[in-house]
Design a protein around this ligand. Structure first.
Ligand SMILES: [Zn+2]
Length: 253
């Protein structure tokens, strides 16, 4: 790296558009929104926007010392509470198998149905690049979910793709303008979450059984989230921010 690049630091982030009313967040696991995007969701629901959560799995394979049957119930309840804290009243669970999600047509089908049902203008998913930046590898379910979400958004607008859903009464929906991937290392956009940072921390704390199960000694949700949000905030000239990668759907604008 040249001295000049060091002096300049990472590039500034562009604020995400807030010219929309309905967003749908599609992520692999309970806790995925809370490890980065939830404070942004709190900002948007505070503006009167409608945000719906869709969990592809119930995170039932996420706690080593708890059988998936029990874990599913515990984690779904934690997610519903966590969503409530940031102003999200609807949480869908697609009940796909945690840990072994496969990118492909069945996953696209399941996600397209949710997009058609909720008719969002913005779809939010998790980072689905190979890493979180540096050496920190991403997880297979996140990658499968993000890729399938990007494709399912387009599938949802085509009445001849998954036509059985249209026959069953779900109208095609081609109104998604952008897909946003939270926490992507390629993100060029960001959201100022200074005012809702604490609410975001509370929503992560709601995953108590999961956090205990991780067995990370002295894990503090506030400290963890702060480490990321302050670094991102400095790229927007604010105290706390969350980074997103933007995928524009459709042609042109
Ligand atoms: Zn996850």
């Amino acid at each position: 790296m040249s001295d000049q690049a060091t002096d300049q630091g990472p590039p500034q982030l562009t604020p995400l558009t807030e010219d929309w009313q309905r967003a749908l967040c599609i992520v692999a696991h309970p806790d995925d929104m809370e490890f980065g995007g939830a404070a942004a969701v709190a900002r948007w629901t505070g503006q009167g926007k409608d945000v719906v959560y869709c969990m592809v799995t119930s995170g039932e394979a996420g706690i080593d010392g708890m059988h998936p049957k029990e874990c599913k119930t515990v984690r779904e309840a934690e997610q519903v509470e966590s969503a409530r804290i940031v102003g999200v009243d609807v949480v869908e669970f697609l009940e796909q198998p945690d840990g072994i999600l496969e990118y492909g047509v069945p996953l696209r089908r399941a996600i397209a149905a949710v997009v058609r049902k909720h008719r969002p203008e913005i779809v939010i998913t998790n980072n689905f690049r190979d890493s979180w930046g540096g050496e920190s590898l991403n997880q297979a379910d996140h990658i499968a979910t993000g890729k399938a979400t990007l494709d399912a958004v387009r599938d949802a607008g085509n009445r001849w793709v998954f036509a059985e859903q249209v026959e069953g009464g779900l109208e095609p929906w081609g109104g998604v303008k952008q897909v946003w991937a939270a926490g992507s290392p390629n993100g060029g956009h960001g959201v100022d979450i200074t005012d809702t940072f604490n609410v975001g921390v509370e929503s992560l704390r709601a995953h108590g059984a999961y956090i205990d199960g991780l067995g990370w000694e002295n894990f503090d949700p506030a400290e963890f989230l702060e480490g990321m949000s302050r670094a991102t905030g400095s790229r927007m000239g604010v105290t706390h921010a969350a980074p997103f990668e933007v995928f524009k759907m459709g042609w042109g604008d």
